[in-house]
Ligand binder design. Sequence first.
Ligand code: ACM
Length: 524
Amino acid sequence: MPDISIIPQPQKITIYKGTFPIASNIPILTDAANKKNAVYLKRLLSPLPNQKVKSSHAVHLNIRTKDKSLGKEGYHLKITPKEIAIEALTTAGIFYGIQTLRQLLPPELEYGKPLVKQEYVVPCVEISDFPRFTWRGFMLDEGRHFLGKDIVLRTLDLMALQKLNVFHWHLTEDQGWRIEIKKYPLLTKIGSYRAGTGTMFKGRHDGIPHGGFYTQAEIKEIVNYATDRHILIAPEIEMPGHSLAALASYPYLSCTGGPFEVATNFGIFPDIYSAGKDSTFAFLQDVLGEVLNLFPSPFIHICGDEAPKARWKKCPDCQKRIHEDGLKDEHELQVYFTNRIITWLAKKGRRVIGWNEIMQEGLREDAVVQYWLGKKEKLIEEIREHGRDVIVSTYLSTYLDHSHALTSLKDAYEFEPDFPELTEEESSHILGLEPPLWTEWVPGKARMDFQTYPRLTAFAETAWSSREGKNFDEFEMRLKGFLRRLDVLEVAYAGARKVKPSFFARLFKMFTIAIPQTKTARRK
Ligand code: ACM
């Protein structure tokens, strides 16, 4: 029996006797819709040697409309001794079929350099496959550390390998503004640089300037790269909190008028955008206007987490707004703020996502909530009463910046994003799963790899594969083959060594569960 280990595990695999000889010069026959997929596959196969190919041998990529059960992203892959055929309803489905074929090929292929062996074969199989969730995300925070274009492109490549389809790009923070906005040049001139980076010693930074941002031309290139890999980039522009970099650039957006500095330490800062000034909304709409031109994503993330109300309480403009709009307090003012942005974006045909702090009485029903912390009963109520769509990023289970002792590979694999309390219809509001990587303590690629892999691979399987078929021991067996591929791709993943949670890690977990949301939120 051939050794077939594919991650995420496909829904149905049938293995047949025989093999198909694969070579770099194998004809790829495709319909017009799959031209880009054909170029992608051709490049993937290019390290294989040329062989004398029989005239009947070929790879076929075709959109077929008959098997509706595969859904928008499913595919059917059939390998016989004569041909490889990938069929799907969409080009995304064909792309995922190619990713599965990729994992039937030797990991050495990933070097991208000519292979020395003379002949390569793939086993004869038939695979019918489709994802469990439509939202299979990964979030990268580039506010805390700017990682740069090469790392982002590599991230998109690695996501494609794991059939992940949403790159949630956290682009603005207290510690740095990372996106060029033509109308407000100071956002990058001032806001993208800081004097140093916080250390473990509270209040002290390392004194080493850090900064960087993406030009709009680079963003367009990255968005195109993602689109070719069937990955949606959901950009995140944080508001009203975590906005010191913007306030340092344009202090008039604050309640006090500043001055401010781009944050050098981590935490939650009291200075946030003023919700009382119309000029704040004019600014945010201008910024979002440029963001919309760069990102075709139907979803725009506006964050909404960890926004202290101290400044709003004392701000004459915010208080005037509360009074004139008959709002109860500063919490209702945040709902006003969020709804005003949602309404503006809705007119442009986009939907808002926010962290679950936005989930307050009166929030527009079309806002998607990203659940990270807090009472799940409240979330369930929102799903039932408002049909609220939800992305699951549970703090204690999915945060990739947490230590492996706190969230082991097994914990990551066994995390279940659905809630047993929900009916099947209600569960359809769980769009999917998205592990975030916050980068306070992630200055570069090596640490990013160590935190992310292979836990992201475990989450990718949960997001794609059927719940019933999941088994950690069996996943670990398949992971061995997958890690060989990551070795070739030079991914510095954390070792498979079993890490026993330390006393402190266990204490932290207990402590975090026991204390209420606002206190726990201070981790950022
Ligand atoms: C978050 O971690 N504050 C969403």
